[in-house]
Structure formats: C-alpha cells, structure tokens
Design a protein around this ligand. Structure first.
Ligand SMILES: Cc1ncc(COP(=O)(O)O)c(C=O)c1O
Length: 435
C-alpha cells in the first residue's frame, strides 16, 4: 500500500508500493500536481499512469549510483582522507559555487523552511529563456543522477537494451541492472568519440542509446553530425540519452535544440561540474513533455532550495561559464604539455578529466598516489592500465605532477594472475564488475 507519509515527500514512494496500489497512487499524484503548480505541458492520463506505475513498482527499490559512489567506492568513509589531501578523484570543481550563488544561499534565510516551489519555477524559467526552450521541456532534479536513472528505467527492460560507449560513465549500466536490460558496451572509436555507427547497429531491440558528451572518463567529444546520425539511424522506438554534464568545458555542440524540436532525445545537464555545485545537488532533464512524463513515476520530489537559488544566480552570471572554461583549459593544457614533454601517454581531453596510461595495473598506481596524499580517479575494466584524473587547481596539479613522476619512476609491482580490473567483459552481462 501507499505510505501516505512517503507520498508527502514525493513520488519516490512509487518504488515501494505493490502494483495494485497504482490506483491509490494516481490519486495521490493528482493531489500532488495540484499543490505543485506543474508547468503546462505535463499531461498524465489515468490509464497511462497506472501502466507506468505498475511497471515502476515491478522494478522494486533502486539505488541511485552517483559519481561520489563510484569515486569513493573503495573508501566510503570520508574521515580516512587526510585534511591536506589533493582530491582529484570525483570530477568535482575545486572552485565551488560562484560568489553570486553563495550570496543567494546566504539570503535565503527563513525561506529555507518552506518547499518554495516558485523558486524552482524561476530556475526552470531562467534556464529555458537562456536556452530558447519552452519551460515545459525542462524538469529540475536534485542533480542529473536521478533523471539519468529514471530514463534508463523508463526506456529499457528485459526486452529493450541499453547501448553505451566503453569506457563510459558507469551509472546507466548500474541503472540497467534494475530494469534487467541487456547492456551493449561499444568501444569508443579510434579518435575516442562514440562510435555511433556501431552503437546504432549494436541491437535492433535497443531501448536507449546513452552518449556522454564530452565523455566521462575520457573527456573526449562526439560531433553534432554523429549525434544526428545516431538520431536518424537508431533502432525504431528507441530514445537517445545525451548526457551533457561536462559540455561547458568543451567546444562540443550542445543538442538542446533537438529536444526542443520534439526528437526522441532526452538531454541531461548538471550544476555539479562547471558551476561547482556537486554538493548542492541541482540538474535538469530536457525533452519533449511526453518523454519527461515517462520519467515522472520513478521520482518526484521538491528541490533543495539552496541549490535552486544558487543555480538561478549561476545561470544569471553571464561571464561565468567562459571564465571557468578558460581556467580549466589553461590548467589542463599546462598539464598536457608537461605529460607530453616527459613522454607520458594520455588521452587529450576537452573536459575537466582525462585518462593517463600508467603502464601497470591502475589500482596499484592509485594506491601509490594515495600514499602521497593525492587521490586520483578510478580504473575502467576496458582500459586496466589507465587511471582517470580530474583537473584541480593550479597548485593542486603541481602537487599531482610531483607525486605522479615519483610514482611512475617507482618500478611496478609484479602482479600474480591477471591485473585487477582486467576481467573479461561480456557485453550482454547486465552489471559490470567495477574497479
Ligand atoms: C557523465 C555524468 N553524468 C551525470 C553525472 C551526475 O552528476 P550529478 O548527479 O551530480 O548531477 C555525473 C557525475 O559525475 C557524470 O559524470
């Protein structure tokens, strides 16, 4: 049965109820919509809601995998990390929220005691105006991890697979373990872009094709032409999920206009990266209202008001994105010159992270760096001798350089058996063993 207390806090409750409670849930949602002043364009029919709610409840409880889960997977307890450690492991932005975002949060005062749905509407309106979108094509979430998971749950199933790049952000694959969808991992092309031709041909029964642009972990981009190719040639009935978490760091062409043009595309944006708001939790799903409506049954909650006002203030700060893009690019390019001068092998990235080949099992290298209090990112099974590094501040990257050189100059330890993280990967296995 529906837990009425749970319902007060949002549609997450849908995941805890049995299928025959779907009707009860419908009435709760109707009441909720009245309270929420939902933007125009969100249409729910009672019949479709009952169908989707039944599907959602069949899925059961879902763990939302986040970058922080993945980055700290081996060390969940933050107190283990020394206070003076360099943290370049989770693709966070060391600059944090901009000054305008901080003042907006300071000025919230007693408003923080209320749900303040109007502030979320202002955030959505601000973004929609800047991007030339209708507000009903934009839905705010507490970070983009939620809509990423909901899209996988909504568009994949045991019959409808997930197709993604390799290496790529692992969260969609984890979400697919809940919808019991097959996962097809398509190696990146030689230039490290998504191999869209191979992706569209991977499975005629694909439900969702996930393209992260720029890609996490490589920071490499996929061209607009390739994304359009995927859109035109994708299997019938499938949807594209374009994750633009890192788009602002790069010159890659955004595809919000494809969502505005009513294509089968869901675009994800987050404030966690260039806006430095990972801890505040704010993001968007952008798509045709009927596609957004397919995400709704999996989660419907009010937004953290601190994130909302900080997000709005950040969007209104006109020079912010370019300013931060330049800061990141300058530090990254300096680092790449240094790596190249010493003949270290790395993948040129346009983002705030990159992959470097440490010529030994990545885990071994990560541990050596941790001993020097430099926390770098993880290893992907497809590339077991590469590690991901996030671009930190200038001084942080100087500490990184010294530690990196020392660690590289230390002979690799002999490995018994296959290196960890290099286990064979079957593309139809719905859950990867992550490093
Ligand atoms: C590619 C990608 N998508 C989505 C996310 C989710 O970010 P958040 O939930 O913080 O918005 C991340 C986080 O690192 C990411 O790397």
């Amino acid at each position: 049965m529906v837990d009425p207390a749970g319902m007060r806090y949002g549609m997450h409750a849908v995941l805890y109820v049995s299928a025959n409670a779907a009707e009860d849930l419908w009435w709760c949602l109707v009441m909720k919509l009245e309270t929420l002043a939902v933007p125009k364009g969100y249409r729910f029919s009672r019949r479709s809601f009952v169908r989707i709610a039944s599907a959602a409840s069949a899925v059961g409880l879902v763990h939302i995998t986040t970058e922080v889960d993945l980055a700290y997977g081996q060390r969940r307890i933050a107190r283990d990390i020394p206070a003076d450690a360099v943290l370049i492991n989770a693709n966070e932005n060391p600059l944090g929220p901009c000054a305008e975002a901080c003042s907006a949060m300071d000025n919230l005062g007693a408003k923080g005691g209320r749900y303040e749905f109007g502030l979320t509407q202002e955030l959505v309106k601000t973004f929609a105006e800047i991007e030339g979108l209708k507000p009903e094509y934009v839905r705010a979430y507490a970070g983009s991890s939620e809509p990423l998971h909901y899209a996988v749950l909504a568009f994949t199933s045991p019959e409808k697979s997930l197709v993604m790049g390799d290496p790529a952000y692992e969260a969609p694959m984890r979400a697919a373990s809940y919808s019991k969808a097959r996962v097809f991992k398509v190696p990146l092309a030689k230039n490290y872009a998504h191999d869209v031709k191979a992706m569209v041909g991977a499975d005629p029964n694909a439900g969702l094709l996930y393209i992260c642009n720029p890609n996490n972990p490589t920071g490499t981009t996929t061209t607009r032409e390739d994304i359009e190719y995927a859109l035109v040639n994708k299997p019938k009935g499938s949807t594209l999920l374009i994750d633009e978490a890192y788009i602002h760091f790069s010159d890659a062409k955004p595809v919000l206009d494809l969502a505005a043009a009513d294509k089968e595309v869901v675009v994800l944006r987050t404030f966690s990266k260039i806006y430095g708001m990972a801890g505040l939790r704010c993001g968007f799903a952008i798509a045709r209202p009927d596609l957004l409506a397919r995400l709704e049954p999996y989660g419907w909650n009010s937004m953290p008001v601190t994130a909302v006002v900080a997000g709005t203030a950040s969007l209104k700060h006109k020079g912010l994105v370019l300013e931060r893009k330049k800061i990141n690019a300058d530090i990254r390019n300096d680092l790449f010159s240094w790596l190249a001068a010493d003949k270290y092998s790395f993948v040129p990235s346009e983002s705030n992270c990159f992959m470097v080949d440490v010529k030994r099992p990545g885990k071994q290298f990560i541990e050596a760096m941790e001993a020097k209090k430099v926390y770098i990112g993880r290893v992907w099974p497809a590339w077991p001798t590469h590690v991901r590094v996030t671009v930190g501040t200038g001084p942080e990257m100087e500490v990184f350089k010294k530690a990196f050189k020392e660690a590289m100059e230390t002979p690799a330890l002999a490995v018994q058996g296959p290196p960890k993280g290099a286990e064979s990967w079957r593309t139809d296995r719905p859950y990867a063993s992550l490093s």
